[in-house]
Design a protein around this ligand. Structure first.
Ligand code: HEC
Length: 118
């Protein structure tokens, strides 16, 4: 059990983020984050492939967070991607959602994650 590490503002930010991913995001971004969900296939441009290491290397966590909170229209991408204003006050859930997006970039055995210091 992961208890006692910090003061979580949500009872279960990871669980909440997982639920949000599955209910709000998978339809477009696909179960595996490749942008091949049924609704994602219909957007133009399509959602990008989150498993692409070169994209992972070019975006910082803030960029991912802003896309989630403000939607495509808020960050100059496809406005089909909706904003999620309810997450603005749920900082820990949003961070867990960013981690979910990040983890797709790590799941293909592309080597150890590079430290986020560059
Ligand atoms: C209606 C379909 C749809 C839904 C639902 C959706 N997205 Fe998106 N998402 C997109 C599209 C389309 C883009 C932008 C593609 C482009 O313009 O290059 C995008 C962009 C993004 C980006 C930025 C990628 C980049 O290139 O910088 C992130 C991060 C992201 N989405 C995460 C999420 C998360 C997390 C959720 C669930 C809370 C979600 N999306 C829900 C369609 C969707």
């Amino acid at each position: 059990m992961l208890v006692g590490c910090g003061a979580p503002r949500s009872e279960d930010p990871q669980g909440d983020a997982r639920t949000i991913w599955e209910t709000r995001c998978v339809n477009c971004h696909g179960v595996g984050g490749k942008g091949d969900g049924p609704a994602g296939m219909a957007t133009s441009p399509r959602p990008r492939d989150f498993t692409d290491p070169s994209w992972q290397a070019t975006i910082d966590d803030r960029g991912i967070r802003n896309a989630i909170l403000y939607g495509g229209a808020g960050v100059g991408l496809n406005p089909a991607m909706a904003a999620n204003p309810d997450l603005r006050e749920k900082v820990d859930v949003t961070e867990a959602l960013v981690r979910i997006v990040r983890d797709f970039g790590r799941s293909e055995g592309a080597g150890p994650p590079s430290p986020a210091g560059r």
